[in-house]
Design a protein around this ligand. Structure first.
Ligand SMILES: C[C@@](CO)(OP(=O)(O)O)[C@H](O)COP(=O)(O)OP(=O)(O)OC[C@H]1O[C@@H](n2ccc(N)nc2=O)[C@H](O)[C@@H]1O
Ligand SMILES: Nc1ncnc2c1ncn2[C@@H]1O[C@H](COP(=O)(O)OP(=O)(O)O)[C@@H](O)[C@H]1O
Length: 284
């Protein structure tokens, strides 16, 4: 069966990121707001009867590390289906950029193949499978901007007043693990409330560490601060600023110095993936 539909895999921003402590398993307890964007990668699927799972194009990630392939294999195993898939990924998001591209790809694979394979897992079951692939996968499975705690798996949907974002990529790739292993990282931030966040009492605890390890990110943050409040997303390397309208964001994008790159995107409470699944369910 050939299914030519594009399935969106949107990006996220962490509007703030507090590190509250470290768990016995080495993972860190966080508090964050995930802002979903209407911009990201997209995927296409062809269901295979022979049970094989293949990524197209095969590069740049080896199949055993590829989150698309790993997500499909996990769903295959959990559901017992004998079906497979060819997965075509159109990559727009920078990898290791803190915008959650790999996690979002994995979530879209879980949600799309659960539909195409008719495996019938619930959203909770898909989110639980996603968490095994990465801390950021559940928010993309659920497809709602959210207040998050734990390692990012305790999620409460939020309605944000956000409008447009300029997301800037300074060109370096940052390992999340490296930032969380740095001794100087603040690990004892107090827990805050949503109203404190809305009042601006929030920051990204990873920013001082990333600034000192990656001077290019520090330069980009200082440059963007000339146009608005510049913040790091996740553990970087991307940073962002919010604008009242698209035109302002695009004007700043046009002046981004080379070799930095960027994109402009709208903040959304509901992800394009969730909207797509709802539309498909309503039409069925
Ligand atoms: C911190 C965030 C905020 O969104 O950063 P970004 O990766 O988006 O920049 C994420 O939760 C990251 O999620 P994700 O990228 O899925 O991380 P994982 O693959 O699960 O973890 C990579 C490594 O980072 C460390 N890690 C990750 C998350 C966490 N809460 N505590 C940690 O200590 C662990 O060493 C882990 O082995
Ligand atoms: N399909 C994929 N897309 C992006 N990254 C992937 C994918 N599969 C595996 N990865 C790995 O996951 C890591 C984290 O990717 P990504 O989610 O884009 O960044 P971040 O967690 O910083 O937001 C990448 O550095 C890459 O090695």
């Amino acid at each position: 069966m050939s299914v030519a539909i594009e399935w969106p895999a949107p990006a996220k921003l962490n509007l703030f990121l507090h590190v509250l402590g470290r768990r016995d398993d080495g993972y860190h307890e966080l508090q964050t707001v995930f802002q979903l964007l209407d911009y990201g990668d997209s995927l296409r699927f062809d269901v295979r009867r022979d049970g094989r799972i293949q990524r197209k194009p095969a590069r740049p990630i080896a199949p055993e590390q590829d989150l698309c392939v790993r997500a499909a294999s996990l769903l295959q195993e959990a559901s017992g289906t004998t079906l497979g898939a060819d997965i075509a990924l159109h990559k727009r998001l920078p990898m290791g950029g803190g915008v959650g591209g790999g996690s979002s790809n994995a979530a879209t694979v879980l949600v799309a193949l659960n539909t195409l394979w008719q495996t019938g897992l619930t959203e909770d079951e898909l989110a639980e499978l996603g968490l095994r692939l990465g801390a950021d996968v559940p928010v993309f499975v659920r497809g709602r901007s959210a207040w998050a705690e734990g390692v990012g798996e305790r999620l409460a949907p939020v309605s944000l007043d956000s409008s447009w974002f300029l997301v800037l990529h300074p060109g370096c790739k940052i390992s999340t693990r490296q930032i969380f292993c740095t001794p100087e990282l603040t690990r004892n931030s107090p827990s805050i409330t949503m109203s404190a966040f809305r009042a601006g009492q929030a920051r990204n605890d990873c920013e001082p560490v990333v600034r000192s390890l990656y001077p290019e990110v520090a330069r980009a943050l200082d440059w963007l601060a000339g146009f608005g409040q510049a913040r790091l997303t996740g553990t970087g390397a991307c940073l962002f600023a919010e604008f009242d309208d698209e035109a302002q964001a695009r004007e700043v994008l046009a002046s981004v110095p080379k070799p930095w790159q960027g994109f402009v995107a709208r903040g959304v409470d509901e992800s394009p993936l969730r909207s797509r699944v709802k539309a498909a369910t309503a039409a069925a």
